[in-house]
Design a protein around this ligand. Structure first.
Ligand SMILES: NC(=O)c1ccc[n+]([C@@H]2O[C@H](COP(=O)([O-])OP(=O)(O)OC[C@H]3O[C@@H](n4cnc5c(N)ncnc54)[C@H](OP(=O)(O)O)[C@@H]3O)[C@@H](O)[C@H]2O)c1
Length: 329
């Protein structure tokens, strides 16, 4: 399996598994045993990089809480030393179903203990701040990360939806290994951050690399089951599906050249663009988990990547869910 190094020394597979969907975001959680079985099957296929978060939770049919970290911990317990587990702190569930950011040192301390317990491990390989907390300085968060490293509770840290200023300030206190930002053919805003990542030797873990499934070309509907966040995502609105057809046609064309699927091309395009980009597509289905991993074998020349970028610049596309615009200096 192709591997990459994030930051100075965190070795991961070129494609990681986004585990969120088993518990959170896409309707009812997967049956617990099946989710554990599928995450473990991903390991057997060759995945060695798994992404979860404290906030990824759902409700099981019996009313109990489905903690995504617990699924990951159970699935990988006996191969713990062979995998890189990334989890996140800093977003808490809030009254009325809302979310609130909180990266105060006391909250981080509580979070890390909870995550270690749910993951059933003594250390976290990559611990991300899930969202920037405007009330806490980056230096304060970075200092806590350094303490957690000194205590052996985490080995590396990162920031999700990081901007340049925050990243630079945090990195000056405690070396950042990776940022985890939204990045896909439909959302390329963070390309502006690439020179900074290169200068600081920070990796980019790309979340929602398939634009929540749109780039697979397999989603033709605008309505999803209850509690499925895609009901509210702009790229799946009926007018957006129409607008995005040319983009999907372009993907089909490239996929045919490589004897690949549009999902694989979406992942291969970013992997071939920069050696420090690692996408973490999420799927609950074994055949897709396997197909996505194979994207790491697709080779594209630098010229082809540039040609695809130019085509993406020209093709019409709808808005895509989420993401924060980079604050340009
Ligand atoms: N840091 C953050 O704030 C943040 C935010 C969002 C996500 N994430 C992380 O990033 C991971 C991935 O992001 P995401 O789930 O938002 O978006 P994504 O990976 O772009 O898309 C996931 C969706 O695509 C479908 N899919 C995946 N592979 C497919 C294939 N080969 N063919 C057809 N459909 C396919 C999945 O459906 P099925 O499950 O039905 O296959 C799922 O609905 C998450 O699991 C999570 O770990 C992080």
């Amino acid at each position: 399996m192709e591997t990459r190094i994030l930051g100075k020394d965190l070795k991961v597979t070129a494609i990681g598994l986004g585990c969120m969907g088993f518990s959170h975001g896409y309707g009812k959680p997967t049956d617990v045993d099946e989710a554990i079985k599928n995450i473990r099957a991903a390991y057997d296929m060759g995945y060695r990089f798994f992404d979860t978060a404290e906030i990824y939770q759902g409700t099981n049919p019996d009313g109990s809480t489905n903690y995504n970290e617990e699924l990951v911990g159970k699935a990988l317990h006996d191969v713990r030393d062979q995998v890189v587990i990334a989890t996140k702190f800093g977003i808490a569930a809030h009254e009325g179903n809302g979310l609130k950011v909180d990266s105060s040192p006391e909250t981080i301390r509580k979070s890390v203990e909870g995550s270690l317990k749910r993951l059933n491990t003594d250390h976290i390989d990559l611990y991300y701040q899930h969202r920037i907390d405007p009330n806490v300085e980056p230096e304060t968060v970075a200092k806590v990360m350094q303490e957690l490293m000194d205590e052996g509770k985490i080995t590396h840290w990162g920031i999700s939806e990081a901007n340049e200023d925050y990243l630079r300030r945090a990195n000056a206190v405690c070396k950042v290994t990776a940022v985890q930002n939204r990045y896909s053919m439909m959302y390329r805003e963070y390309e502006d951050l690439f020179p900074v990542l290169e200068e600081l030797n920070v990796g980019l873990v790309a979340f929602s690399p398939l634009a929540n499934g749109l780039l697979t070309g397999q989603i033709k509907q605008s309505t999803f089951s209850d509690k499925d966040l895609r009901n509210k995502m702009p790229q799946f609105k009926p007018e957006a599906l129409k607008k995005n057809q040319e983009l999907l046609d372009l993907l089909d064309e490239i996929a045919a050249r490589h004897d690949a699927t549009p999902a694989q091309i979406s992942l291969a395009w970013m992997i071939n663009k920069k050696p420090y980009i690692v996408p973490i597509p999420g799927s609950r289905h074994l055949n897709r988990i396997e197909d996505n991993l194979k994207a790491a074998q697709i080779k594209m020349s630098a010229d082809e990547v540039v040609r695809i970028d130019k085509a993406l610049d020209a093709v019409p596309m709808s808005d895509v869910f989420g993401g924060t615009k980079i604050e340009k200096k």
